[in-house]
Write a protein that binds this ligand. Structure first.
Ligand code: MCN
Ligand code: FES
Ligand code: FES
Length: 922
């Protein structure tokens, strides 16, 4: 069979091609293509092998891993001109299929190795090659292999991938029965609380799940490929945009600028805080008057091919007048700084906190006072899948936008006025998503593909490169924090004073909400009767602030958790004992004055204490002059929900064949929304005796599902979970004939009873007031972290050798999923503490440059234990879980570094040079 390349080289009108014969997954193929094309593109575009994913596109992530002539190759960097004729290629399609899974795939499912699943085909191919060369790899062999071959994963924390490889190898050697890896439904039929594999796992391990870029390849002929013209400065006035030369470039259909955007050309931040000094209309869809940050989109080239679009984009001329670039909050707060958004002060939101009595006299009289300054930086989300999406007009004349959005209804209302389309004429759909970690709480390209589709009337497709992903999506907003704590001689906390400044980049969306987190979480976990503090949100010209897992908790709990260690040292107490003395117990209230819904911290601490004592002994025994070792602890807390009366709705319908369909917008970052819906619905529908496969899921499409709210704030299991329970309960009650008999579909129809029910739930919570006081969340997640750290005294390099987490996320819906959330979140905490940053736009625009944690950066020894305290408001007692593991692990790590070598890093990340400087200063 001969297939031709989509992308061909134009040279004086002549296209010079090469033809190659290949053996692909055991089948003879020949391809005709440009010699400079990458093997990854040829496999995907020409041969339709979309299991080969393109993440970084530069050889750093391994999502494109294939086997070429017996060797593992990252196919994105392999040019076709380097390929031999008759080369033999294996992709995951050649390893196993949904009906004939390979043991590696079975093991991957058993250990939930695929969360978002974007890295999975690359890992499975890599594992296949490993086991071919080493049938009995040790854990270290596996870790060495994935490190050497740069197989990166952002979701899992790697531990369960090593477990999966070891089990697969054992099956392949005949040392283990494959049937032991298949999940067996317990006799009582219950899947709640078990390790039931998520419904999407088979498609993920076989590479058959279509992500956005895969769907893009399957769009109809004539779909326009989009390329952005982007700013390469961080602050400027736009003097002119000249598209004339670009318009003449081959294949160009249209170049869309702000003049083509029919609405307000702004994405609205839906400001809900009346004290915000901005109006929330500050983010252009396409820049018109000003550039506010590096990467801002100025024009969109719509062309027949991606290459044509990119070539034309390079020809668009934008004349700019440079303005001062304020790359951090202090710079933008300086007296002589100009307003980034003229008319709105750069400090556009302030939040006060006042709990209990005035603190000044308390501090004056206190036996012990500690104070320090902290900085938690611009952590990049670094999903392996770059942002991607498409748009088309459907036959009802509605604008359909398919992206990685994890807030479909929210985004619809944020972009509709800017595009000039009524919200009811927009349909938003989430594609299978290769991780977001919160960056998709903000719209990214939704309005861009929407504007291009409206301007051309054609289907359009846009795929960011990984560099665009890094430079033109939101980041964690840095917090500059000062905290003071006062305690009596016994270590009882008497008062706290706080001051925090949020660098939110140029766009204000949700900046006020994030700033409120300073009032809610500095000092969280401790009974502090008297608190005073002030925070502020500042516009700057660095990357705009978007949600990042933990959203405000890692930024605000880091200061108080490190300061608790400083206080313990000052008083001469063990940091564990100081914490234990002050944690929430009956009668305590949170910094917002709320009574915690459960008091699980004492039990969490009691469970941790023997592990802490053992860890102290371990590090003392293993510390040497060259490698000093130490332990650090911290506690972490976060609310499950959006502030106040958070609401969700779903629908549930009985089908003619007796199955039930749940219609839900529970967006899937990769965390396991499908399992969340299935596990909750199955539990609620248990009276009907349905098997899991009798529950169908219709998800994440505004045309078919009600508003479940965004998948942020670890809210879905609680808020959507309760809505699912409400809908299922209504259906079960409608079907009920006697205590344990139920009507069939036919009987329901005959009795003229509805077969579809809406389930809705609103959290009994109140928003915080101007003093940061209120009961903002109905459920919280609680945890305690223990880090065992090693510091190389010569290089200053710190590494986590073991992480332990005792977690209370309420009753657990799915154990595989929750374990995966904990491991993955801990890994991101290690990254936040030690390596990750997006400060230097140039250096930090690649995965390696930005400090992405590979397998050897994450310890294999991760211990997680649960205290399952039933939540009164949670569905079947569940709280949320997604963000708990990233609330404060970095504080334990930093405390562990201090315990090891006496250097206290208060400004993250703790790079080797900072630790070395600290050692030298000592
Ligand atoms: N769960 C459970 N039992 C509980 C609590 C939760 O089994 N007691 C399951 C849920 O069914 C769901 C998962 O754990 O599958 C997370 O549930 P929840 O904490 O309610 O959070 P959401 O479903 O709302 O997911 C969002 C949360 C956030 S805010 C970010 S950011 C995040 C995260 O989860 N981004 C992720 N986890 C991620 N995981 C991956 N792989 N990729 C991301 O981008
Ligand atoms: Fe090829 Fe990342 S290594 S896409
Ligand atoms: Fe590995 Fe998402 S499962 S990147």
């Amino acid at each position: 069979m001969v297939v031709t390349c989509k992308a061909m080289k134009h040279l004086g009108g002549i296209q010079f091609m090469i033809k190659l014969n290949l053996q692909v997954n055991g089948i003879a193929k020949s391809v005709v293509c440009d010699k400079d094309e990458s093997l990854a593109n040829v496999l995907r575009d020409n041969l339709g092998l979309t299991s080969v994913k393109i993440g970084c596109g530069t050889g750093q992530c391994g999502t494109c891993t294939i086997i070429l002539d017996g060797k593992l190759v990252r196919s994105c960097t392999m040019k076709m001109k380097r390929m031999q004729n008759d080369a033999v290629i294996t992709t995951v399609e050649g390893i196993g299929t949904p009906n004939h899974l390979h043991p590696i795939q079975v093991a991957w499912i058993a250990h939930s190795g695929a969360q978002c699943g974007f890295c999975t085909p690359g890992f499975i191919v890599s594992t296949y090659a490993l086991i071919e060369s080493n049938p009995n790899p040790s854990r270290d062999d596996v870790r060495d292999w994935f490190q050497k071959n740069r197989n990166a994963c952002r979701c899992t924390g790697y531990k369960q991938l090593v477990d999966a490889v070891r089990d697969a190898a054992a099956v392949m050697r005949g040392d283990k029965d494959i049937n032991d890896l298949y999940f067996k439904i317990p006799e009582d039929g219950r899947i709640w609380g078990t390790r039931y594999p998520r419904p999407s796992s088979v498609s993920k391990v076989t590479g058959t799940l279509d992500f956005g870029a895969d769907l893009g390849l399957k769009m109809p002929a004539g779909t326009l490929q989009l390329a952005l013209v982007q700013a390469e400065v961080s602050h400027a006035k736009i003097l002119s945009i000249d598209t004339s030369e670009a318009e003449k470039m081959p294949g160009v259909e249209k170049i869309v600028t702000h003049k083509d955007v029919k609405g307000k050309n702004r994405i609205t931040g839906l400001i809900t805080f009346p004290t915000n000094k901005g109006d929330g209309w500050d983010r252009p869809i396409l820049c018109d008057e000003k550039v506010f940050q590096y990467g801002d989109a100025i024009a969109i080239v719509c062309a027949d091919t991606d290459k044509h679009a990119k070539a034309a984009a390079a020809k668009v001329k934008v004349e700019l007048e440079r303005l001062p670039e304020y790359m951090s909050a202090p710079a933008a707060m300086a007296d002589d700084a100009i307003e980034i958004h003229p008319g709105t002060p750069n400090i556009y939101f302030e939040q006060h906190v006042a709990k209990g009595a005035e603190t000044a006299p308390i501090f004056e009289a206190a036996a012990h006072v500690v104070e320090d300054d902290f900085y938690v930086g611009r952590q990049p989300h670094m999903p392996l899948e770059p942002d991607v999406g498409f748009a088309f007009m459907n036959d009802e004349g509605k604008l359909c936008i398919h992206t990685k959005s994890i807030g479909l209804h929210l985004h619809l209302y944020m972009i509709a006025p800017g595009l000039g389309v009524e919200p009811e004429n927009i349909v938003m759909v989430q594609n299978a998503t290769g991780g977001t970690f919160g960056y998709k709480f903000s719209p990214t390209m939704e309005a861009l593909v929407g504007a291009a589709c409206l301007a051309t009337g054609k289907a359009v497709f846009l795929n960011y490169t990984w560099k665009q992903q890094q430079t033109y999506t939101g980041k964690r907003s840095p917090f500059f924090t000062n905290v003071r704590m006062a305690a009596d001689n016994d270590g009882k906390l008497l008062g706290m004073e706080t001051d925090w400044t949020v660098d939110h980049g140029p766009y204000s969306e949700f900046g006020d909400l994030l700033t409120l987190r300073g009032a809610q979480y500095i000092g969280a976990g401790y009974d502090i009767a008297n608190i005073r503090g002030d925070g502020r949100c500042v516009a700057t010209n660095h990357a705009w602030g978007s949600a990042f897992r933990g959203y405000g908790a890692p930024e605000t709990e880091f200061p108080s958790e490190v300061l608790m260690d400083e206080l313990a040292e000052k008083i001469g107490m063990d940091p564990f004992d100081l914490r234990y003395k002050n944690i929430y117990r009956k009668g305590s209230t949170t910094p917002t004055g709320q009574e915690p819904e459960v008091y699980s911290l004492p039990e969490i601490f009691d469970t941790m204490r023997p592990k802490y004592e053992a860890a102290k002994k371990r590090v003392a025994a293993n510390s040497t002059d060259e490698i000093k070792r130490g332990v650090g602890i911290s506690l972490g807390i976060y609310g499950s929900g959006l502030d106040g009366p958070d609401t969700a709705e779903i629908d549930v319908e009985l089908n003619e064949n007796g199955t039930v369909t749940v219609f839900a917008c529970w967006h899937d970052h990769g965390q396991g929304a499908d399992m969340g819906v299935l596990g909750t619905a199955h539990e609620a529908l248990r009276p009907l005796g349905l098997t899991p496969d009798q529950i169908k899921l219709v998800m994440n499409d505004t045309s078919t599902c009600g508003n479940g709210g965004p998948a942020g704030g670890s809210r879905s299991q609680v808020i959507i979970g309760r809505a699912i329970k409400a809908g299922c309960d209504a259906l079960v009650e409608a079907m009920r004939k006697t205590a344990d008999t139920f009507s069939t579909y036919a009987e329901m129809v005959e009795a003229e009873k509805p077969v579809r029910y809406n389930g809705k739930w609103t959290a009994p919570a109140t928003e915080c007031d101007a003093n940061g006081q209120g009961n903002p969340f109905a459920c919280y997640m609680y945890g305690m972290f223990l880090a065992e750290m090693a510091v190389d005294m010569k290089t200053g390099k710190a590494s986590a050798e073991k992480m332990t987490l005792i977690a209370d996320v309420g009753k657990i819906n799915n154990r595989l999923i929750v374990d995966g959330q904990m491991y993955g979140g801990l890994a991101q905490g290690i990254g936040l503490a030690l390596t990750e940053d997006y400060e230097d736009i140039k250096k930090h625009s690649t995965m390696k440059g930005a400090g992405f944690p590979y397998i050897k950066d994450i310890p294999d020894d991760i211990e997680v234990e649960y205290i399952e305290t039933a939540r009164p408001e949670g569905p079947f007692g569940a709280s949320g879980c997604g963000e708990l593991p990233l609330t404060a692990p970095h504080a334990a790590i930093i405390n562990g570094i201090y315990n090891a070598c006496g250097v206290r890093i208060t400004k993250l990340p703790a790079l080797p040079e900072k630790i070395l400087a600290g050692l030298q200063a000592k």
